[in-house]
Design a protein around this ligand. Structure first.
Ligand code: IVH
Length: 677
């Protein structure tokens, strides 16, 4: 026994040392020791692992090629953001997707949509810039707006042409696609990486391109970002062009019309899936016509004109050991089934979400039940069905807590004014910051990447600080007792100084991030952006607490009643107001940059009544806003133009005339934009 612990200690020390050398070499780019010493240490570790089965470390050199992916790549903006895709799982999801598109385009049900259907390779996306036919640079996706400059690593890929001479190749273009490893090549790397995707990602982000070169990475192209001089009107033609220019494209790409045919193709590809040499997790459908794509535009960070149809995942059977109740940032009580760990498609699953109280009731899920669990892509595993034949006699119906397990407050189901139904979700009714779990979750959100993005203040640390009563409200983060923290286990002078530095750095924040960080229900990144554009300054935003002009918010395209109700309830909570007042004293909240307001519809307000021809309300709204105009929701003195379509509301037209507001038809409106109907 003594021997075993001695070996473990020596092994761990060696791993630590290797980690330090690695950091110096790969992150700081200044080796601390010679290559010989480094290699010898690596060998010693491997030898120990071979000799003693009980030795395993995630930092073991047997598991990693070079060091973990470097954090030190230079960050660069994508000229055009790299979007993500929304998911569809069923035929109904696809029917809905098409319905929404037809609505937006204001087309009849009979309008046939043609799609480019492209198998979705599960790899790492990259964007490669060409200027005058020459490979210039390459970025990883990063957060979609800003990627890492991995030019040198991408240059090692054979599938990425370095020079393109075709006459029709645009003078500048970002070619985007997927970097991946074939399953056959992965066989040789199995020891080193958990799956092909990790292998691709790890090797693509090595500091030393020579390390990348050792791995047979492949590249399949499928879209573009910024372009100048692209002469193509459809995605299917673009894919043909890609091949002519020397890129590889997916051999299973197809052009398909109608949902029924999409499903046929889906079933065909799904059957082929086990025999393919690369992992795919679904099929991407893109509206083929670029002019329709342009009209549809984006919602949040995904295009309206594309969707990923995911393959049904892997399933497994296990037993529910317990049902835990987790409390989220908005007070929602989410039941989670603790299950006997099982391996589903290479991943060990020990938790499955049960969604909400209604879901448990509907499926009558009980502790002790034998259940089928499904894991689809990166979505949290969930329970598909209960095997009633295996139910034990003593089992009892699960009773959902009527008191919050964290703070003891009553739990309630709110009435949703929009859907006119009770919410499926039960929530803790406390004021928020008073409930330990809610407060912790709110703080985690506050410091998270897309909000204040405070380095060194991860989830575990937030939890620890809360328990030590160092933080309860967001403002406490900026008033931390650093002397006290320095004395805590695991902290030292340097780490405290680093924390203090990163917190102070983040006192300067954009209004958009600030609004998002407050964690108001239904106000995600995109809505926060819309609100910040609307209010421009923090003081105007805060004014909502005294001068409650909530109706006006409904005029913002994208903000609906649900969001407005949630904002109302946020401002009616005293502790939220206190948080805003305190944060105002500490932070510098930058005004939002106003949209270029020199468009054709500058300073003009519009309202539509009746059905327009070939253009939906949503699209009209976007058009107006793109041209610096505003849409409002009712006829009032503030209105400049009432646009009338078929069957307008008579009351609106009469009232507008009474107020001497200009009443125009669709053609007149389009004329204002120099467009013909
Ligand atoms: S198009 C339009 N096409 O899927 C915005 N993406 O969730 C999406 N992907 O990050 C890009 N195959 O890594 C597109 N044929 C394909 C794709 C594809 C795989 C990945 C890509 C992207 C993710 C979006």
């Amino acid at each position: 026994m003594i021997n075993k612990s001695k070996i473990l200690k020596s092994y761990n020390n060696k791993i630590k040392l290797l980690d330090t050398y690695n950091k110096f070499y790969y992150e700081k780019s200044s080796p601390k020791v010679t290559d010989e010493i480094f290699d010898k240490l690596k060998e010693e570790i491997q030898l120990l692992e071979k000799k003693h089965d009980f030795l395993k470390s995630k930092n073991s050199p047997s598991k990693i090629v070079g060091y973990k992916p470097s954090k030190n790549f230079e960050k660069k903006n994508h000229k055009v953001p790299m979007l993500s895709l929304s998911n569809a799982f069923t035929e109904d999801d696809l029917i809905n997707f098409e319905k929404k598109i037809l609505n937006y385009l204001s087309e009849e049900k009979t309008f046939e949509i043609t799609y480019s259907a492209e198998p979705k390779i599960d790899g790492i996306s990259a964007s490669i810039t060409y200027k005058n036919g020459k490979f210039i640079s390459g970025l990883s996706r990063g957060d979609g707006k800003e990627g890492e400059d991995i030019t040198k690593n991408l240059a090692t890929l054979e599938d990425i042409p370095k020079k393109i001479v075709s006459k029709d190749f645009p003078s500048e273009i970002d070619i985007r696609g997927e970097v991946f490893i074939t399953n056959r090549d992965f066989e040789n790397l199995k020891e080193k990486f958990a799956n092909p995707r990790n292998a691709a990602s790890g090797s693509l982000r090595q500091k030393n391109p020579e390390e990348t070169k050792k791995i047979p990475l492949k590249f399949i192209a499928y879209t573009f970002g910024y372009e100048n001089g692209l002469k193509t009107n459809t995605q299917s033609d673009f894919l043909i062009n890609l091949r002519n220019w020397g890129f590889k494209t997916n051999p299973l790409n197809k052009t398909i019309t109608g949902v029924k045919n999409l499903i046929k193709n889906y079933e065909f590809v799904e059957k082929k899936r086990p025999n393919l040499d690369f992992d795919i997790d679904g099929i991407v459908y893109k509206i083929n016509d670029f002019s329709l794509q342009k009209r549809l535009g984006n919602v949040a960070n995904a295009p309206r004109w594309a969707i990923a149809h995911k393959f049904s995942s892997n399933k497994g059977i296990s037993e529910i050991l317990d049902i835990d109740i987790q409390i989220g940032r908005t007070g929602a009580l989410t039941p989670v089934a603790k299950i006997k760990p099982i391996n589903i498609g290479g991943v060990v699953v020990s938790n499955a979400t049960l969604h909400n109280e209604d879901e448990i009731k509907r499926k009558d899920i009980r502790i002790g039940d034998t259940v089928t669990i499904e894991r689809a892509g990166d979505v949290i595993p969930h329970i598909l069905s209960v095997d009633l034949k295996k139910r034990i006699n003593q089992s009892t119906v699960f009773v959902f807590p009527t008191k919050c397990p964290s703070c003891g407050s009553k739990t309630i189901k709110e009435f949703n004014k929009v859907t006119k139904k009770n919410d499926a979700v039960r929530r803790c009714s406390s004021e928020g910051y008073k409930c330990e779990k809610i407060s912790i979750e709110k703080l985690k959100h506050f410091v998270s990447k897309e909000a204040f993005n405070i380095d060194g203040l991860g989830k575990k640390i937030v939890e620890g600080f809360w328990k030590l009563k160092l933080i309860q409200f967001p403002q406490d983060i900026f008033k931390l007792d650093y002397n006290k923290i320095e004395k805590l286990e695991g902290w030292g002078r340097l780490s405290v100084e680093n924390l203090q530095y990163s917190i102070n750095q983040k006192k300067n924040i954009s209004l958009e991030r600030f609004i998002y960080s407050l964690g108001i229900r239904h106000i995600g990144l995109e809505n926060a952006k819309l609100l910040s554009k609307h209010f421009i300054s923090f003081s105007k935003f805060k004014n909502l607490s005294i001068q409650s002009d909530y109706e006006d918010l409904l005029n913002i395209d994208g903000i609906g009643e649900t969001q407005v109700n949630s904002i109302k309830s946020f401002f009616s909570n005293k502790s939220n107001i206190r948080v805003l007042n305190e944060l105002e004293k500490i932070l510098i909240i930058k005004n939002a940059v106003q949209n270029s307001d020199n468009g054709l519809l500058k300073n003009k307000t519009f309202l539509v009544t009746g059905k327009l021809n070939g253009i939906s309300r949503a699209e009209v709204k976007s058009l107006i806003e793109e041209n610096s105009g505003k849409t409002i929701s009712s006829v009032s003195k503030k209105l400049n133009f009432l646009i009338i379509g078929e069957k307008p509301t008579k009351k609106k037209v009469d009232y507008a005339k009474q107020l001497k507001i200009k009443v125009i038809d669709q053609a007149e409106f389009l004329k204002m934009l120099n467009k013909s109907s």
